[in-house]
Ligand binder design. Structure first.
Ligand code: HT9
Ligand code: FE2
Length: 318
């Protein structure tokens, strides 16, 4: 009787999570705010944003698709060797439960990967810390900490930027020298800069690689979706950049939300409703590139990274 080989390597794929229903928004928002309940005004504002995009975010759907895609790509590389499991930061299945279940499933080591390309101690670092705490010490846990220059990811972004730019120039009739390409990611509290966090530099590296490959004339970085807290968040915000660009004679912006891999509220509302309204008030043509969502090149490049990570581990312990 052929026995199916037991996967020896666990891959904990981690993602942000989203409320499963409108009724869960308050509990979810409180979890995002590290246990600080939102004021009625903040809660109403967030509920209104979810309603504006149809009530539920597609984030969970895309996240599950991505985990399946990464598993399939790993099975192509090494059938039966890897077992992926999804763990989330702010919603069930929480990453701690998934990490422990994976550790108890018989794998000999676990590799952490976050569905966010750029490393920050406040984003990827927090995921990895929580996973490390949940996994029993006898199961080695290591992390693929960033993948902001992964070939398949850069190839995807470059193709999207080139296609979207050509389409926008054709549709709007504006000249290329009047078009600014903005690469965005989620803003973070300014204090990470004092800690030497690589997050801003990594977004710059992603943007530079895509701008070079796509031969962009005018491009820059902008931050989006800053949280509403007392301390300052990294800027410039895209909402401040647009008026400045309009004042300089720019006539159109193409936004490439390089910091995200899925359509979710901070793209479908923050960009496609809030930022578009501002662009229209400034008579700026607005377009944005499509998110990877279910692009097989991104799954394949992440599987390659995981395999390379394992090979490097094996070499180090040889
Ligand atoms: C409502 C909501 C969604 C749900 C969207 C949906 O349902 O579609 C969402 C998604 C995401 N948010 C993301 C990234 C981040 N969000 C942060 C912080 C914050 N987000 C907030 C709101 C949301 N964010 C808020 C109110 C804060 C400030 C917290 C505070 O008041 O302190 C921070 C700072 C660090 C931290 O505080 O975690 C980061 C890095 C990523 C990227 C992937 C990733 O990093 O996993 C994704 C998909
Ligand atoms: Fe967020």
């Amino acid at each position: 009787m052929s026995t199916v080989p037991q996967p020896s390597i666990g891959v904990l794929v981690m993602a942000y999570g989203t409320p499963a229903s409108p009724e869960q928004i308050e509990r979810y928002y409180t979890h995002i705010r590290h246990g600080r309940k939102p004021t009625p005004e903040l809660l109403a504002e967030l509920q209104g944003r979810y309603q504006a995009i149809g009530g539920i975010s597609p984030l969970m759907h895309h996240t599950h698709t991505q985990v399946r895609g990464i598993q399939a790509a790993l099975d192509t590389l090494a059938p039966g060797r890897y077992r992926t499991s999804l763990g989330m930061k702010h919603a069930a299945p929480f990453l701690e439960e998934s990490a422990l279940a994976l550790a108890q499933s018989g794998v000999k080591q676990i590799i952490g990967l976050v569905l966010a390309p750029h490393y920050s101690s406040m984003s990827v670092g927090e995921y990895m810390q929580r996973a490390r705490t949940a996994i029993p010490a006898e199961i080695p846990f290591t992390a693929v900490e960033s993948w902001h220059r992964a070939p398949g990811y850069l190839e995807y972004l470059t193709e999207q930027v080139k296609q979207a730019k050509e389409h926008q120039l054709r549709e709007s009739g504006i000249a290329e020298e009047r078009l600014e390409v903005l690469f965005t990611a989620h803003s973070l509290p300014m204090r990470i800069l004092a800690q030497g966090d690589p997050y801003p530099t990594q977004l710059q590296e992603t943007a530079q690689a895509v701008a070079t490959a796509a031969q962009l004339q005018h491009w820059s970085i902008a931050w989006q979706s800053a949280g509403r807290t007392a301390d300052p968040w990294i800027g410039p915000s895209i909402l401040d950049v647009l008026p400045e660009l309009a004042a300089q004679g720019v006539q159109g912006v193409l936004v490439c939300p390089a910091g995200f891999v899925s359509d979710h509220l901070e793209v479908l509302y923050d960009l496609d409703i809030e930022t578009i309204q501002l662009a229209q008030s400034l008579q700026l043509a607005f377009a944005r590139t499509a998110l990877p969502n279910n692009d097989a090149r991104v799954f394949a490049t992440l599987a390659d990274l995981i395999q390379d990570h394992v090979a490097a581990q094996d070499m180090a312990h040889a």
